[in-house]
Design a protein around this ligand. Structure first.
Ligand SMILES: [Zn+2]
Length: 380
């Protein structure tokens, strides 16, 4: 067996023959571990994404079950005008919205859906409606997996929901709110006797995000001093950390960039935990236009804090005004339109410069996670 799963709470181990979300003994979340170095399968998975020096190991048993659309290989593009405005000489973007469905989620879903196929799962249910749901629907379509997406009626006019439908998803409508959606998905799956995906919790999605770290190591020598990403569930942050840690452990890179995360002022559970403050979740939906990261209770908070400590990173909160300002400035100064959820990283950089954590002479990389033209643009 090329990989196995370990419970993060009680350390029980499971082989990779079955799709698993949780530990069967204690219900804890799982981590993926590898008992062989880069497997043949992993080489195939990442073959389109890297040289022999920068290949991630991924939790897929049989390369024939790969579900891929050429994701990854996104370019690194300088941001000279925004850099000059902020006073950072070496500022680059990694264009993650160049992925097949317009967001970084494709890196996670190529692995997650390949694991579904690899473990013989043919029908699943999950809450849906955003970039993750759009991406997941696309990969399920390609894999021939039947996807029941539970969506909010209040979101019926969203272009992302329309795209999810076009991919052949069986959409089941529930009333407003994130809880209605996720509870609806859990109950639907239970009634139908099918797998509840719960994408924010499974480890496969996070493992897919390791490819981002491997690509950065391949594209940038020296590595950037800082990388800043948006934090909702924290999958991109944890994926990068795991990727850099693997490369650091076997000597493929000499150091890890400082990994920072940005949250909205409205939804900042990770920033509060990092600063040792109590943060009380609000009732209902987030109001911020950065709706991709309105996650009040991220599933792996300990891993996020550990990653920040290990990499010397910080978590910072950004105001709504700054998020929308930076979305506009990135479009008008650099020609790049991203979602508010992505534009938040520029507000994060501004905060880190103000606190002195990022110095003007440091190099900074901003993964731009989601295309800004999928949904209506604020102010227009
Ligand atoms: Zn356990």
């Amino acid at each position: 067996m090329a990989y196995f799963l370990v419970c993060v709470e009680c350390e029980a181990q499971y082989d990779g023959s079955k799709y698993r979300l949780n530990c069967g003994l204690c219900g804890g979340l799982l981590d993926a571990k590898y008992d062989t170095p880069a497997t043949v399968e992993a080489r195939v998975v990442s073959g389109a994404q890297g040289t022999a020096r920068f290949l991630p190991t991924l939790p897929i048993n049989d390369a024939a079950n790969l579900v891929t659309m050429g994701e990854g290989n996104t370019p690194v593009v300088p941001l000279p005008r925004v850099g000059a405005q902020l006073g950072v000489a070496n500022l680059n973007a990694k264009m993650e919205y160049f992925n097949p469905t317009g967001s970084f989620k494709d890196r996670g879903n190529t692995v997650q859906v390949s694991v579904l196929k690899d473990t013989g799962v043919g029908e699943v249910a999950d809450a849906t409606g955003g970039n993750a749901g759009h991406s997941f629907a696309a990969y399920c379509a390609r894999a021939g997996i039947r996807f029941h997406g539970i969506a909010n009626e209040t979101n019926a006019d969203s272009r992302k929901v329309h795209a999810i439908g076009l991919h052949g998803t069986d959409i089941h409508w529930v009333g407003a709110g994130k809880t209605a959606r996720s509870e609806g998905a859990r109950r639907f799956a239970e009634d139908a006797g099918i797998l509840f995906m719960n994408y924010g919790q499974n480890i496969y999605f996070i493992e897919g995000l390791k490819t981002l770290a491997y690509e950065i190591a391949e594209q940038m020598d020296p590595l950037p001093d800082h990388i800043i990403v948006p934090i909702g569930n924290g999958s991109i942050y944890q994926g990068m950390w795991r990727g850099f840690r693997e490369m650091l452990e076997d000597g493929r890179v000499a150091r890890m960039p400082r990994l920072h995360g940005a949250q909205t002022v409205e939804t900042q559970p990770v920033v509060a935990a990092f600063e040792g403050r109590v943060w009380t979740p609000y009732e209902g939906e987030a109001a911020s236009r950065a709706n991709g990261i309105g996650v009040t209770n991220p599933p792996r908070p300990k891993a996020l804090l550990e990653a920040a400590e290990e990499s010397g990173g910080k978590f910072v909160a950004v105001t709504e005004e700054k998020i929308l300002d930076w979305q506009r400035l990135l479009a008008s100064m650099e020609g790049i339109i991203v979602e508010p959820t992505s534009a938040i990283v520029l507000g994060g950089l501004e905060n880190l410069l103000a606190s002195g954590d990022v110095k003007p002479s440091d190099s900074v990389l901003l993964p731009l996670t989601g295309f800004g033209v999928k949904e209506p643009i604020p102010g227009y």
